[in-house]
Ligand binder design. Sequence first.
Ligand code: HMG
Ligand code: MG
Length: 302
Amino acid sequence: MKLPPRVQLIDVGPRDGLQNEKQPVPAAVKIELVQRLQAAGLREIEVTSYVSPKWVPQMADNHEVMAGIHRQGGVRYSVLTPNLKGYEAAVADRPDEIVVFGAASEAFSQKNINCSIAESIERFVPVVAAARAAGIRVRGAMSCTVGCPYEGDIAPERVGYLAGLMKGIGVQRVDVADTIGVGTPRKVQAALEATLAHFGLDEVSGHFHDTYGQALSNTLAALELGIWNFQSSVAGLGGCPYAKGATGNVATEDVVYLLNGMGIDTGIDLDALVDAGAYISEQLGRPTGSRVGRALLARRAG
Ligand code: HMG
Ligand code: MG
């Protein structure tokens, strides 16, 4: 078993992390969070999404947030665009990468983006073509690759089917998402392997929610396959509004601690990251969801 020497983390906290917050989070706080993440060494940040404000009110300030961040050289800023309307709104804000998002489960596709898997691919075709023509990178998020809140277990074949469709329309890399955090290592590996039949090792990332406390184990299982791109949320923020009961992504602090301990480089300063997690948790008025964050804050205090 040869583990990757380096891991690239995409912090999705400003988007996945905050999209489900019931209380309004001011754009200035989201901007400050992005600043703190990049100062901590994050080189990829998922900033916001261009979706219907009726569906996801928290992301209605997308233009303000994108306009307010002070971009740092070498950092890639990505945003979610579900359709051409979203893409056209996003492109004015100069994202480095756009994300189309589909699901391996039909029921989740309907609940989340109001169309079937086949229809979603049709919607993505012009978005992907426009982005590629404009020199903007294209990532595809694949939800419910292990389990679905409406359909239960999802077979790896269905993940492979979606990955093949994404590849076919020109998506450059994909996220294998365990949206509701029900996966365990071998199931997650099966979903990743089904994806690796269509995309290279450098083009597949793991996106694990931690609802059942399995996300770090699943991260290690993905590392065993050579996967070296992962998404996580500072302070373990998050959840999808259309995946009831699902909690946040695995905390970035926890992943960095795991990788530091294994001698795998991330380029991230854990202390600065813990500060970023403490900042956003304080703004939200609750303790950090990161175990490592809590432990390191307690050690500092004591
Ligand atoms: P729809 O109702 O099917 O779309 O929604 P429509 O084209 O029929 O338009 C209906 C209305 O929405 C119209 O407005 C459009 O203008 C507007 P109205 O005339 O009623 O006032 N509209 C838009 N407004 C702003 N931006 C747009 C846009 N498109 C249409 N881009 C749509 C389809 C996808 C827009 C809707 O279902 C939606 O916004 N869904 C939200 C999905 C979402 O953001 N989910 C959370 C992110 S995914 C996630 O968290 C999972 C992930 O983390 C991976 C994982 O963990 O699984 C990525
Ligand atoms: Mg997610």
